[in-house]
Structure formats: structure tokens, C-alpha cells
Design a binder for this molecule. Structure first.
Ligand SMILES: Nc1ncnc2c1ncn2[C@@H]1O[C@H](COP(=O)(O)OP(=O)(O)OP(=O)(O)O)[C@@H](O)[C@H]1O
Ligand SMILES: [Mg+2]
Length: 286
């Protein structure tokens, strides 16, 4: 693992990915205002905040899809601000999408095999296609790695099924397995729990925590499910109106009045809550 010198001159571990002073303006709107974020090696970092806080915008800046108005993005200490998403992927950045983008007719296992070959045996993909021999007998190393990922994401029972018709929960597991097959250093997860039920969300959280421990990858997750984030992250960043309002361990975030105010402010805007408040004000039982 590489190290860098901090301002005080002591050695510190270089973050897998870090953003410094990120500002994004859309016309007159400041979507992000001088935001810093750091994802240390082998850690799970959460990014939360009310609707419109700037989470997806920061995600797009980190993955290289959006060029910020100002600020710098580093991977392993190297400036990648001007690198394309593809170049960042080559450096070890992988991401999943809010809506899984899978090939419906392909099996679960072939999704993982294909991703593995993109990273480890690119020429093989072309030779298989050109010679028309389909997927030839795979090398033992590939089989072992694909088996390991299928197993880690609990996809064994359905590995030979086409992904069409899989539940959203299972599709998400396939997406994560595929993302891990390229051996990323850091994986960005966009709303991984969206559309999942409570049990699937718990399973996903447990799986991700184990994957970090076993594979040494770092995770950054953008999530609406605050409890999920506070339950599984080492560090949490909170955005509100494009500004970082809090950063720290889950217990500190939970206790931070600024975070409560940001979320309370959002909840009060909800029609059902307003109705309750109106009733209370009118002296009716809520
Ligand atoms: N391409 C764009 N053009 C103009 N404004 C944008 C664009 N993308 C985002 N915004 C605005 O920037 C602000 C931050 O949006 P962003 O999507 O990053 O928030 P978010 O935290 O991801 O919200 P949500 O929780 O609803 O997904 C919002 O006010 C949004 O309307
Ligand atoms: Mg968003």
C-alpha cells in the first residue's frame, strides 16, 4: 500500500479515491460547494443527504462522467481529474447503477465470466467470438475466481439461469459480482438497496461487509436508506444543499443536530407529516 506525507510530515495511508474542493454549478444552481471526500483503503464509506443534496452529482464527478466546475479527484494519490471513466476503470474504479443494466438472455454465471475476461483475458473474448466456438474450456484460475464470486454473492442456485426474470435483489447481487470480477480497488454503489425488501437489504449489507473484509476492496455507497448506511459504514458523509454538513463515524452522525435538522426539514415537507402537524395544531389527536 502506498503512503503519502501529511502536512505535519507524518506518513499517512493514501486514500483509494479522494475529492478535494469539488464545486459543480448548473447555470445559477450550485449543486456542490467545495466538497471534500475521502475513501480510505478497505473501508466502507457512506454518502447520505436529503433529496437534491448533490449525492448523485458527486458520484458522477468521482466516476468521471461529470467534469466539476472546480476541484480535484485523486486515485491512490494520483490526479485523475482529467481522466475518462474508462481510464479510471483501468485504475481500479468500478461502479454499479441504480437500475441494474444486465443482458437479459445471458446467464448469471456468464455475466461474471465476461466481466472477468474483460479484465484478465480480453483477447479470449474476441477469439471465442471469431472462432464461433462459444466459451471454450476456461482456465482453472478463472473457474476458481468465478466460483468464489458466485458463492460470495449467494448466486450458486441460479448461476445457470438467464438474468431475465430474476428478482431485483438477485439482479443487484449479479451486478455486484460482475463489478467485483474486474478486481476493483474501489467500488461505487448507487442506491444499492433501492427496490429491495427488508430481508434482501439485510442480506446485501451483510454480503457487502464480507466482500470488503475478504477482497480488500473499498466501497462508497450513495443511499437513501440512512439506517443501512449507519449500520454498515465505517465513515459517513452528509450533504445538504450541496454542502458537506457532517462527516464522521455512524454514532457521531446519528447524534449530530445538523444532520437531524437536515432530515427533519425534509420530513416536515412531506404531506402526511404536515397533515399530522396540522391535526396536532388543531387540537385533534394525531
Ligand atoms: N444535469 C443537471 N442540470 C441541472 N441541474 C441539475 C442536474 N443534475 C442535478 N441537478 C440539480 O443539482 C442538485 C443536486 O442534484 P443531485 O441529483 O446530485 O441530488 P441527490 O442528492 O442525488 O438527490 P436525490 O436524493 O433526489 O437523488 C439538485 O438541485 C438537482 O436538481
Ligand atoms: Mg441522486
Amino acid at each position: 500500500m502506498s503512503t503519502a506525507l501529511t502536512e505535519s510530515g507524518t506518513a499517512a495511508t493514501t486514500a483509494r479515491i479522494e475529492a478535494h474542493g469539488i464545486t459543480v454549478r448548473f447555470g445559477g444552481l450550485v449543486a456542490l460547494n467545495e466538497v471534500d471526500l475521502l475513501v480510505p483503503a478497505q473501508s466502507i464509506v457512506g454518502l447520505i443527504g436529503p433529496n437534491g443534496a448533490g449525492k448523485s452529482t458527486l458520484f458522477a464527478v468521482l466516476s468521471g462522467l461529470l467534469r466539476p466546475t472546480a476541484g480535484t479527484v485523486l486515485m491512490d494519490g494520483e490526479n485523475v481529474s482529467r481522466s475518462s471513466p474508462q481510464e479510471r476503470a483501468r485504475r481500479g474504479l468500478a461502479r454499479t447503477f441504480q437500475h441494474p443494466e444486465l443482458f437479459s438472455a445471458m446467464t448469471v454465471r456468464d455475466h461474471v465470466v465476461l466481466a472477468y475476461r474483460v479484465r484478465h483475458a480480453k483477447s479470449r473474448i474476441w477469439s471465442d467470438l471469431v472462432t464461433g466456438r462459444g466459451f471454450r474450456r476456461p482456465p482453472a484460475q478463472e473457474t476458481a475466481r468465478v466460483d468464489e464470486l458466485i458463492d460470495a454473492l449467494h448466486l450458486g442456485d441460479i448461476q445457470h439461469r438467464p438474468v431475465a426474470g430474476l428478482s431485483l435483489g438477485k439482479s443487484r447481487m449479479v451486478e455486484v459480482a460482475r463489478a467485483l470480477a474486474v478486481d476493483p480497488k474501489v467500488l461505487l454503489l448507487d442506491e444499492p438497496s433501492s427496490g429491495l425488501d427488508v430481508k434482501e437489504t439485510e442480506e446485501l449489507a451483510a454480503t457487502l461487509v464480507r466482500v470488503v473484509a475478504d477482497h480488500g476492496v473499498s466501497l462508497l455507497l450513495v443511499e437513501h436508506d440512512v439506517e443501512l448506511v449507519l449500520g454498515m459504514c465505517d465513515l459517513v458523509h452528509v450533504l445538504d444543499f450541496g454542502v458537506k454538513i457532517s462527516e464522521g463515524k455512524p454514532a457521531a452522525i446519528r447524534a449530530d443536530p445538523a444532520v437531524r435538522a437536515a432530515y427533519l426539514g425534509e420530513e416536515i415537507e412531506r404531506a402526511d407529516v404536515q397533515e399530522q402537524i396540522a391535526k396536532i395544531e388543531q387540537g385533534e389527536p394525531a
